[in-house]
Design a protein around this ligand. Structure first.
Ligand code: SF4
Ligand code: SF4
Length: 291
């Protein structure tokens, strides 16, 4: 089905829960106040599905090439402007897996999570032995890297999976991701200040990016992959693939056309005006780097 990783863990208190609380207490979550809600569910994921016995973590790859405009602007890799948003796509695939599970246990309860419930998903994937957490906070699968989406299936099936050892960090003395971050958002290994992160600023933040932030963006107007690009576990870099209209066309685009072309894609989360503001910030900065 195209998944590149699978792991199984129990719905117990997540391994990084205390660290997550400390991170929130230090106000490193910018204005993403939704992260502060439903902490009881984050702490006890078994509450998300009655009778939950197993959490199945799944990793689905996205291409190493960046979507680009003909004039050389790019987006982060996870954003596929030529496809439906990954939340839709992964849910469809997870439903197919559930159909197979129902053949095994027709009465089993299941719940799919693709960023759709308060779940510390990297923690469960880590606990399942699927990969390790890098200094850039990404889950890294040795031999593959970190260019993938995560999804979870909660189920009442008590899968008979041997206990696994969580994977030790394999970064060693490498600090390439911290050095590569243009916004100093990786304040130290394994710690991110979201209010500085370009992924947050260009997608989640309600405000427009500032000219100074535009200078840090290089040519990427939606998200940021620099701390992943720098990582040796991600292997060779692939150049941009033209999947987008020119930046000029996007700047002239009206809401109706945006909805028609991008209404089901990851762009929808930020919205047209935010996307335009990001492009304008890059244009105003005059700073571009190689795609
Ligand atoms: S996504 Fe970009 S801005 Fe955010 S931590 Fe990584 S390199 Fe820094
Ligand atoms: S760039 Fe280096 S330090 Fe950062 S996550 Fe990758 S291996 Fe670890």
């Amino acid at each position: 089905m195209g998944f590149i990783g699978i792991g199984f863990s129990s719905p117990s208190r997540p391994v990084f829960f205390d660290k997550f609380i400390s991170w929130l207490s230090a106000h490193k979550n910018a204005d993403m106040s939704w992260l502060e809600k439903n902490l009881h569910l984050r702490k006890d994921p078994s509450l998300l599905l009655e009778g939950c016995r197993t959490i199945i973590s799944l990793a689905y790859p996205y291409p190493a090439s960046k979507p680009s405009t003909p004039d050389g602007l790019t987006t982060s890799r996870y954003c596929r402007p030529d496809q439906d948003d990954y939340h839709y796509r992964l849910k469809i695939l997870c439903k197919e897996i559930i159909m197979l599970m129902k053949e095994y246990d027709s009465g089993c309860a299941t719940r799919i999570c693709v960023d759709s419930a308060p779940v510390l998903e990297r923690g469960f994937a880590y606990s399942s032995g699927m990969g390790f957490i890098g200094k850039n906070n990404m889950l890294i699968i040795p031999g593959y890297g970190s260019y993938f989406y995560l999804a979870e299936i909660f189920t009442s099936i008590p899968l008979d999976v041997p206990p696994v050892q969580a994977m030790d960090n394999q970064c060693g003395s490498c600090n390439l991701c911290l050095d590569a971050c243009p916004a100093w958002a990786l304040e130290r290994p394994f710690s991110i200040n979201a209010s500085r992160c370009l992924s947050y600023l260009t997608i989640e933040s309600k405000g427009q990016v500032s000219p100074v932030e535009g200078m840090k963006m290089g040519n990427c107007f939606f998200g940021c992959d620099r701390c992943q690009e720098a990582c040796p576990f991600n292997g060779h870099k692939e150049s941009g693939k033209v999947l987008l209209p020119s930046s000029e066309e996007i700047l002239e685009m009206q809401g109706e056309e945006f909805d028609r072309r991008f209404g089901k894609t990851s762009f929808k989360r930020a919205g047209l005006e935010k996307v335009k503001g990001n492009i304008r910030a890059i244009m105003a900065s005059g700073v571009r780097r190689e795609v």
